[in-house]
Ligand binder design. Structure first.
Ligand code: ZN
Length: 153
């Protein structure tokens, strides 16, 4: 026999699950692995919201003109003109190309941060902070492994 009190608890819990379900379905529907050659680490960052170790990305030293694309779907995300050295150990940009990303609030690790993901394939790329040095005031802190740089010409 389920007591009345437990029944109410059970219903309340199911109701919460039910409420979060449409969001989960909608969010996972936008995530899709397109590039079959993604490494295990890349998949962990892009689809499990992992983070690469700081100061490990080759892109930190990249200073050529060109564009940064999504490593999963190839969408164009950043121009080299927006790149700057933030000293954080992750490739950083003052602005993204229009419509490149969608954002959501991330409450993990006891912090409130704005997470952004590729608008085209849903892959997680990084977090955006409001302490950037440029006119936009924004700092897109991007995992280098999520990006592919294509130089101009
Ligand atoms: Zn993408």
């Amino acid at each position: 026999m389920v007591s009345r009190r437990n029944l109410i608890k059970l219903l309340g819990f199911s109701y919460l699950l039910f409420l979060s379900l449409p969001y989960k379905i909608l969010y996972s529907a936008t995530k899709k692995i397109i590039n079959p050659n993604l490494s295990k680490v890349q998949k962990d960052i892009m689809f499990n919201e992992g983070t690469e170790r700081p100061f490990t990305s080759d892109l930190l030293k990249e200073n050529r003109k060109g564009f940064y694309h999504c490593a999963n779907c190839g969408a164009k995300l950043f121009s080299s003109t927006a790149k700057f050295d933030s000293g954080t150990g992750w490739p950083s940009f003052s602005e993204a190309l229009p419509g490149a990303f969608k954002t959501k609030i991330d409450y993990s690790y006891g912090m409130k941060r704005v997470e952004y993901h590729c608008a085209n394939c849903g892959a997680h790329h990084g977090h955006v902070f409001l302490d950037g040095p440029s006119a936009t005031g924004k700092r897109f802190c991007n995992n280098g492994l999520c990006l592919i740089f294509k130089p101009e010409n």
